[in-house]
Design a protein around this ligand. Structure first.
Ligand code: PA5
Length: 359
């Protein structure tokens, strides 16, 4: 493997059949559109007071729900739950606000949960590019946000997540969303100048990290309440973009189990590269735990890299880590000679299910 490959910008674009690099470059604008254009026409009528919020979706369409859940933890007066299943929890009812999120609009688990939400009388907002979900929403008179098509779902987190913040602000559950998104957009533009393919390896932290992860098993650790979803996102992006295994966990929980498992088998542990995501809002005791944890595992693993969030607000900081992980996973794909865009295994699974009595 030739590290110089990552600086062959023309070749990277040629190997990127689904435009993942272009989508990353356009993420700041995507976040802008997601806040100021997409939810614009949405009609939200007053009805029963809302006492819980559920986001139902899968994969790239669900991760925005987790971002919302963490964002709302200390700001929203009602709980937010993410549902990645055919079935909804029993508590869902007329006092539930349910976001049904499917980029394609054709994911069977999400369609099933949507139907259940209708039966339970939940208040629904759908987010989709079209497909059966858009058809159902139109037919049922359910408000829906039309997401621009042509991306991979995981490249559309701005479109799939930010409108949910706007809706919650319109309903009085959040405040200050526009200001935070405006800062986020500017921050992403700045970060883009450091992470883009045109920035050479010697000064591009995402390319450097991709090199460290190449040939290793990445293990991504975040912290509860700050980077926990981002760690999950990094794992998913390495899986889907680089088509490689990756694992994630969070502190402090991993100090109470996973950390014990770094003794044997030493030959496998020596193949792990640990990435620790850091945020200034990490609990002070968790920051101490990170330092001790590093000492405990240092001799067992191939390497440890810390990646620190940057940005002036929580949204910008979370996205700074997401952006860094997204770029790293795409560069890792190129190092493996893999086209980051297609996810043939997911396509195969959906087709196989459809020909076996699916919707
Ligand atoms: O990233 C992907 O392609 C997947 O994780 C999809 O998001 C997932 O399969 C669900 O599909 P959709 O987003 O169309 O509902």
């Amino acid at each position: 493997m030739d590290a110089k490959l990552l600086d062959n910008v023309k070749l990277l674009y040629e190997k990127d059949s689904k435009g993942m690099l272009k989508a990353l470059a356009e993420l700041p604008h995507q976040c802008y559109l997601a806040c100021w254009e997409l939810p614009g026409q949405l009609q939200l009528e007053d009805s029963v007071p809302i006492s819980n919020i559920v986001v139902t979706g899968l994969g790239g369409s669900a991760i925005g729900g987790d971002l919302l859940r963490v964002y709302c933890l200390d700001r929203c007066s009602v709980p937010v739950l993410v549902n990645r299943d055919y079935n909804l929890p029993a508590f869902v009812g007329p006092d539930t606000l349910l976001f049904a999120v499917s980029y394609s609009g054709n994911t069977e688990e999400t369609l099933s949960a949507y139907q259940q939400a209708r039966q339970k009388g939940a208040r629904i907002v759908a987010l989709t590019t079209g497909g059966q979900l858009a058809e159902l929403a139109q037919q049922d008179g359910v408000p829906w946000i039309r997401i621009p098509a042509g991306l991979q779902p995981r490249a559309a987190t701005g479109f799939l997540f930010i409108p949910t913040l706007v809706v919650l602000e319109k309903l009085g559950f959040l405040s200050g969303v526009e200001k935070e998104v405006a800062e986020l957009v500017e921050h992403l533009k700045t970060l883009q100048k450091n992470l883009a393919p045109e920035v050479p390896l010697e000064s591009n932290s995402a390319k450097q990290l991709a090199l460290k992860l190449h040939g290793r098993i990445p293990v991504i650790w975040g912290a509860s309440g700050t980077s926990e979803v981002v760690a999950q996102r990094w794992k998913g992006q390495i899986n889907e973009n680089a088509k490689a295994p990756a694992y994630w966990n969070v502190l402090p929980e991993l100090n109470h189990n996973e950390l014990v498992g770094f003794k044997v088998p030493s030959e496998l542990l020596s193949q792990l590269h640990i990435v620790i995501l850091r945020d200034p809002d990490d609990h002070p005791r968790v920051q101490k735990r990170m330092a001790i944890t590093k000492e405990v595992i240092a001799q067992s693993v191939a390497g440890i890299t810390e990646v620190s969030a940057s940005g002036g607000n929580r949204l910008a900081r979370a996205y700074s880590l997401i952006y860094s992980g997204d770029y790293t996973s795409v560069y890792l794909a190129f190092l493996y000679g893999i086209d980051p865009g297609p996810v043939e295994v997911i396509d195969y699974l959906k087709q196989a299910l459809a020909s076996n009595g699916g919707r």
